[in-house]
Design a protein around this ligand. Structure first.
Ligand code: SDX
Length: 385
């Protein structure tokens, strides 16, 4: 039984899930039925991660245990740090992250016989949520020739991430803004990297490999790599006056504007709305950034030109302005996205295991049949297509 072929599986359900829900027309995103605006106002990233992975908001005892297990597991083996020392300084942080997450399976083997054992998915989730930020921060410091700093046990998840990156603890409001960014990036139904995670999970390989494959997918410029491209674009435009000419030239060349457009949303991404508010809150506290004015002008003029096609700012349009103000280098924007999306990938991994069937789609064959073998001496040497 084969269905209709749709490039990129556009509009084709690849799984059944009750983890998150998007209404692309209304601009709604829910995690386990709770609107993200509610979670941003009242929750924390780790509480949201627990909700996504295990299906319900944790009790106070469950949350305290989850936070403490993750806090206890933040450190990484010295051999992983030694491995990072061998990476070239010019390596992209997403490549470093993917390599190290792949290696985690060698150092923290999950030798469980039964992946239905709740302890298996709990341990895998806490190991990975705990170590991904430490790996990102270790690479950042070591590529500058410095020793990485140990995780700070007195700091929250978000505050500790900023501490490990900048070697100084952020103030509470700044840490809270960063924590909210992590909530907003945690999950988004079956996007490209989550679909990749599902396919790898369906082979019953270990969760480290599941995450390594998802990290590789997220890094592409059409997906999670766009936040880095947006910042580079804003710097290239430079001033509000240059927005019009830049936009006209890009669109005349039929090139895409990073941070605009989405396969599902036909209105402004609800996450971009919250992120824009966070930008303004952060700039009120830490001072303005002229690239925000460029971004606002680009949103206005970009929407004028593209809105009728249902193309509006997405999650990547404003996030980089926050990370830049927090002292995070541009090429670390996507690794920060990966830190947050670790929660969503783990949630889908666990859900796939609960009712697994190996992914093996079919294809529409467009090749030839019954072709005879041509001896080497008789080949014409047609140019490669
Ligand atoms: C993320 O799937 C998820 O949920 C992903 C994500 C998540 O949380 O996991 O939300 C995170 O990946 C956000 C998207 C980040 N990527 C970018 O910002 C890169 C720029 N955006 C585009 O490349 C594009 O919008 C996509 C890839 C995001 C979605 O594109 P689609 O659905 O494949 O749309 P399409 O290629 O079929 O384009 C339809 C039309 C085309 O014009 P026509 O040929 O019909 O005339 O819209 C145009 C496209 O040229 N178009 C754009 C555009 N995006 C689409 N034109 C200008 N700028 C853009 N950004």
């Amino acid at each position: 039984m084969s269905g209709e072929y749709k490039p990129g599986l556009e509009g084709i359900p690849a799984t059944q899930s009750n983890i998150s829900y998007i209404d692309g027309q209304q601009g709604i995103l829910e995690y386990r039925g709770i609107r993200i605006e509610e979670l941003c106002a009242h929750s924390s990233f780790l509480e949201t991660a627990y909700l996504l992975i295990f299906g319900e908001l944790p009790t106070a005892v469950q949350l305290q245990q989850f936070e403490s297990d993750i806090l206890y597991r933040r450190r990484i083996k010295y051999r992983i740090r030694d491995m990072i020392k061998c990476f070239p300084e010019s390596a992209h942080p997403m490549d470093a992250l993917q390599t190290c997450v792949s290696a985690l399976g060698m150092f923290y083997p999950l030798t469980y016989k039964d992946f239905h054992d709740p302890q298996y998915t709990y341990d895998a989730s806490t190991w990975l949520l705990a170590k991904v930020p430490t790996i990102v921060a270790a690479f950042q410091l070591m590529r500058k020739g410095n020793d990485p700093v140990l995780p700070h046990d007195d700091l929250s998840y978000a505050a500790n991430m900023l501490y490990m990156l900048n070697e100084k603890a952020p103030d509470l409001e700044v840490a809270q803004i960063f924590d909210t960014c992590l909530i907003l990036h945690a999950e988004h139904t079956v996007n490209a990297s989550t679909f990749c995670a599902l396919v790898t999970a369906s082979t019953l390989n270990d969760p480290y490999v599941v995450l390594a494959s998802a990290i590789g997918t997220l890094g592409g410029p059409l997906h999670g790599g766009a936040n880095e491209q947006v910042m580079q674009m804003l710097e290239k435009i430079g001033t509000v006056e240059n927005v019009g000419p830049y936009l006209a030239e890009k669109l005349a060349r039929k090139e895409r504007i990073p941070g605009f457009g989405h396969r599902v949303y036909r209105t402004k991404d609800p996450r971009a709305i919250v992120l824009q508010r966070l930008v303004e809150q952060l700039f009120d506290r830490l001072g303005h950034d002229r690239y925000y004015d460029v971004a606002v002008a680009l949103e206005e003029q970009g929407t004028e030109r593209l809105g009728e096609k249902g193309i509006f700012p997405n999650v990547d349009f404003y996030s980089g302005l926050i990370y830049r103000k927090l002292g995070i280098p541009t090429d670390l924007f996507t690794p920060v996205f990966a830190i947050a999306r670790t929660a969503g990938w783990l949630a889908h991994w666990r859900e796939q295991l609960s009712d697994n069937r190996l992914f093996r789609p079919t294809q529409v064959y467009t090749g030839r049949h019954d072709v005879r073998y041509t001896p080497l001496t008789a080949r014409s040497g047609r140019a490669l297509q």
